[in-house]
Design a binder for this molecule. Structure first.
Ligand code: UGA
Length: 430
């Protein structure tokens, strides 16, 4: 099939290489010329395991993937995926501008398309957006009718950064939220060789499945962090408790790693957007609000531990190991480390940081207010306290921390070994 993909961020680019790898002819459409040039040179604009080698095999090898900034390329495809970002506004609601711009541009091109074309909404959009905003915009700018001249499907993506390609090619499920059956059938055909159950729903249900999934994952994390905070006061190891409860298949053993909470471009943003949407409908989402509150407070517990040990943090040298919101990515969006660094700076501390991938991104935020180091030993040398904020593999060696005051936000170290080797070791909730 000929596929066009709007937006070359995580979701769009991974879908592009995934579909191209399966033999489809894919064109990535993006208004960012520098991204277009990078993709056509087989360079990935984002860091993701194996992405560049896959890009090179599709763009250069098979020749079935290219990028363009020309929206008219849609005319050469049968199906268009909308994969643009849906960031947050300051009130927590989701910023619809990229979605509206995409629907407008696609609508304008649809006006010239004679065949039935399928538009797939892969971006995360709050329930109601496709019916209330995307379809009316497409109809307005194409002067065509959904269900007759073109079809619309909501097909949320569930990939996790750091293992995106694996997640894309081996999904747990494929949700096809169809406006019209014909469009759903065409999308199901695109996924015919994916090893996953397919659930066909209406448009709004598919939109909600995505939000409910992320809200549930966020709830699991805040839940285990709250249990961890209580366990710590009782001298109980929350990781043993998580293991114990995880044997119950109704609970499951995944996503119960207690620590400084969830960051990233999805869980925090989607949780806030769902709370906001509920509020618009006059429903106070109390459970979800608590999930968010626990998550906001959790990283600051590390600073309390530092204060307890060092007194005032003014003029103390603090090392932060890890900037990315989780390992194997350079993504720092909503990373707990950023809030910790901001608080340390506010208290007058000198901050030294190291992260294997995320330093270039962090430099754009902190420029010269913190010291960026080339390695963990460099960052640790001469500091009063080491705070671990991302569990990169290279931070797991306890010997790095011999004689140091260490505060672990991710259970990166084995507490028993760390207590033996470090001058002092404490976890955020263990
Ligand atoms: C998340 C979801 O897991 C994906 O299913 C979803 O497709 C994606 O959002 C999205 O909506 O696009 P991602 O943001 O890549 O994926 O990150 P996660 O692996 O979910 O981790 C999120 C945060 O939770 C990280 O900061 C991680 O360190 C933290 N976390 C995760 C914990 O603190 N404890 C855990 O047990 C698991």
């Amino acid at each position: 099939m000929n596929i066009s993909i709007f937006g070359s961020g995580y979701v769009g680019l991974i879908a592009a290489v995934g579909f191209a790898g399966k033999g489809h002819k894919v064109i990535c459409i993006d208004n960012d010329e520098s991204k277009v040039r990078q993709i056509n040179r087989w360079e990935s604009p984002i860091f993701e395991v194996n992405l560049e080698s896959l890009l090179s095999s599709c763009v250069n090898g098979k020749g079935n993937l290219k990028a363009s900034s020309d929206y008219n390329e849609i005319l050469n495809s049968d199906i268009t995926f909308i994969c643009v970002g849906t960031p947050s506004n300051s009130d927590g609601s989701f910023d619809q501008s990229y979605i509206i711009d995409s629907a407008t541009e696609i609508g304008r091109v649809l006006a010239k398309v004679s065949n039935y074309h399928v538009i797939v909404v892969k971006s995360t959009v709050v329930p109601g957006t496709t019916d209330e905003i995307i379809i009316p915009t497409l109809e307005k700018y194409s002067s065509k009718k959904v269900g007759r001249n073109f079809g619309v499907v909501v097909n949320p993506e569930f990939l996790q950064e750091g293992r995106s390609i694996h997640c894309f090619l081996n999904p747990d499920r494929i949700i096809i939220g169809e406006h019209d059956r014909r469009a759903g059938d065409i999308l199901q055909e695109v996924y015919h060789d994916f090893p996953a159950p397919i659930l066909r729903t209406n448009v709004r249900t598919a939109e909600m499945i995505k939000y409910a999934s992320n809200a549930f994952l966020a709830t699991k994390i805040s839940f285990i962090n709250e249990i961890g905070n209580i366990c710590k006061k009782l001298g109980i190891d929350v990781y043993e408790v998580a293991k114990g409860i995880g044997y119950d298949p109704r609970i499951g053993n995944k996503f119960l790693d207690a620590g400084i909470g969830f960051g990233g471009s999805c869980l925090p943003k989607d949780l806030e957007a769902l709370i906001f949407r509920a509020g618009e409908l006059s429903y106070e989402a109390e459970l979800l609000q608590s999930v968010s509150r626990v998550n906001i407070e959790q990283p600051l517990r590390l600073i309390e531990i530092a204060r307890k040990n060092l007194g005032s943090l003014g003029n103390k040298v603090i090392t932060i190991l890890g900037l990315a919101f989780k390992p194997n990515t350079d993504d720092i969006r909503q990373a707990p480390a950023l809030r910790i660094i901001a608080q340390l700076l506010a208290e007058g501390a000198t901050v030294k940081v190291y992260d294997p991938k995320a330093i270039p991104n962090a430099k754009q935020i902190f420029s010269d207010t913190i010291e960026f180091c080339d390695s963990s030993p460099d960052a640790i040398a001469g500091s009063d306290c080491v705070i671990i904020t991302t569990d990169w593999d290279e931070f797991k060696d306890e010997n790095l921390y011999a004689g140091k005051l260490v505060i672990d936000g991710r259970r990166t170290l084995n507490p028993e070994k760390a207590r033996h080797l470090c001058q002092y070791y404490e976890g955020v909730c263990w």
